[in-house]
Design a protein around this ligand. Structure first.
Ligand code: ZN
Length: 232
């Protein structure tokens, strides 16, 4: 039986809004955005994480990693790694309506991993759906979706977050994913090291994480704030 469990880890709120991180697998949150999550938490901005798959072992690792990163609420699932399909849309809508994030961080549609690509599609649809005032009394509109990179590098990132000050915390979080970190000669730690250095060079800093901004789509007259007087 599939279940999604909400674990409240830190009770915080912020005038600057919250961030919801939606990932396919435990460890994606840290590999793609660990330094960015920790940086925002240290700035007083609550960050929630929704993970679409998991099992007993990997969920324990995810809880520990998210504890290191200072995540506020964690939405856990018990589902096979490859069971990411579009019918998870409702769960993500539910997470959006509960977390009410200003920004979502998720996977990129340009990713070798099919589950990551499907997750990116689910989030795009769920963010649009959650903002329908004709469907939800508590409809919520997300401002931006930030798409992250894991193994496949983003070809044209347009936002770099300086994580020089939080890289060590992200690495500590990554080490909590014990069932994964020993794979292929510590591949994931090496990848995270090399990629954040590369992005750091591009951002003229020590270490950075890269994102693509994907503005929310709006298909019709079902939303608040989708009409503006002027563009600037
Ligand atoms: Zn993954």
């Amino acid at each position: 039986m599939i279940s999604t469990v909400l674990v409240d880890m830190h009770m915080t709120t912020s005038d600057r809004g919250t961030i919801l991180v939606v990932v396919a697998h435990p460890d994606d949150e840290t590999l793609g955005a660990g330094g960015t999550i920790r940086k925002h938490v240290e700035a007083g901005i609550p960050v929630d994480v929704h993970c679409m798959t998991g099992n007993e072992t990997r969920n324990e690792e995810l809880k520990a990693a998210c504890g290191v990163l200072g995540v506020r609420s964690l939405y856990l699932s018990e589902r096979d790694d490859f069971a990411v399909s579009m019918d998870l849309n409702k769960e993500v809508v539910g997470a959006i309506l509960k977390s009410r994030p200003r920004a979502i961080i998720t996977h990129s549609p340009v990713d070798y991993n099919r589950n990551h690509r499907i997750c990116a599609d689910i989030v795009r649809e769920a963010a649009e759906w959650a903002s329908h005032v004709t469907v939800f009394e508590d409809a919520h509109r997300v401002d931006n979706i930030y798409q992250m990179e894991i193994n496949s590098l983003l070809p044209h990132p347009n936002v770099m977050v300086d994580i020089s000050g939080t890289y060590d915390s992200a690495l500590a979080a990554l080490s909590e994913h014990r069932s994964q970190t020993g794979k292929a000669g510590s591949f994931y730690a090496k990848l995270y090291d090399a990629r954040t250095r590369l992005r750091g060079v591009q951002a003229m800093t020590d270490r950075a994480e890269a994102f693509m901004v994907a503005p929310l789509e709006h298909a019709g007259p079902f939303y608040r704030k989708n009409s503006v007087e002027t563009l600037i």
